[in-house]
Write a protein that binds this ligand. Sequence first.
Ligand code: GUN
Ligand code: FE
Length: 432
Amino acid sequence: SSISAHRGPLFHMLADPAEVGEEASYQYWEDGLLVVADGKIIAAGAYSDLLSTLPDGAVIENHPDSLIVPGFIDTHIHYPQTEMIGAFGKQLLEWLNTYTFPTERDFQDPQHARRVARVFLDELLKNGTTTALVFGTVHPESVDMFFEEALERNLRMICGKVMMDRNAPDYLCDTAESSYQDSKALLEKWHGKGRLLYAVTPRFAPTSTPEQLAAAGRLRQEHPDAYMHTHLSENLAECAWVKELFPQCANYLDVYDHYGLLGKRAVLAHGIHLCEDEWKRLHSSDSALAFCPTSNLFLGSGLFALEEAERHKVKVGLGTDVGGGTSFSLLQTLNEAYKVMQLRGQALTPFKSFYLATLGGARALELDHCLGGFTAGKEADFVVLDKRATPLLQLRMENCRSLAEQLFAFSILGDDRAIRATYAAGRCVHKK
Ligand code: GUN
Ligand code: FE
């Protein structure tokens, strides 16, 4: 086995600062060393402590003027919407009909799907995102193309075929039975292949019949180690529509609960308009939310209540939600998350921000045993942030008096230019 090592300022999160306090929540070595073998972390610590543990001839890569952090984790994104990012002027339901559905139609063509998947994965890596929970389209081929490209790059990625059998154009609809069969076949083909994992993916309650949600629940019961990925309570018109479509359910979350779709590895995007019962049920069912601030602002959906998630101990990851979201960068997503919290009269601290982008995302995906930090044995997915990315960032960094201020500056000023290099399973997959 070949050992490689990376020297530079090294930082990772150990826990949620809201739970254990800031001091106990992270580790930082100003002159650190990250030791990697066979795609896994062997050790992380001070250079002076670890140098003597390296075998003779081990290659050390130096990363001056940087900050080495765990790879970012995007817990909600749509790869087929790459080409319609930032489409003008509509809120959710009109935006879906005007821009999203026509764009997703093209993914019936596998060659188109592969081409977009390549651009999408390049964009993720360029932005330091090494793991994402990804929507495909209704077409099974869209998922095959995505997974083929992700497998080739040896990335830890989660994806699923959209299930939708009503309230959408005919050309994008499957049926309860075909969606079950197609999802099952994809799950059995891809879940656990390389680092890939499958998500059962009903689009959202309004585009599935009760029969389809029941079929999704059956599949989830048959494969409890797979994911469930959907949308929840994003927009007020959507919430009113769900109430009309499922009058027998107590609230929006209860629709998914009724069909057995909640639990560990269930990730629901948004959750903007939730009642107390829904917060309690998210906690008791051990489900997770994806906080998607750029999307929630762009589509005018509302302001996510991160402090409620903390109060109810609900797991939260960060999502870009491209193409409703406006950036692939989780740094830019943190920038908007900070402003959302400011509008709610709350402060999102720099450590909480980096927790959400790394270990918090890993926990939301139940992957913190292998992702989200530099503990020995975890997978070696990491990012080299560049303190000299631009003259402005360099100047701002020189003015910072603490690690917290540096982290904050990265989250406010940083974007893809701040990512000097990205490593997946120990291998460099992007270099500026
Ligand atoms: N709700 C249902 N489908 C979608 C989608 O594609 N994007 C977003 N943001 N919300 C949705
Ligand atoms: Fe979405």
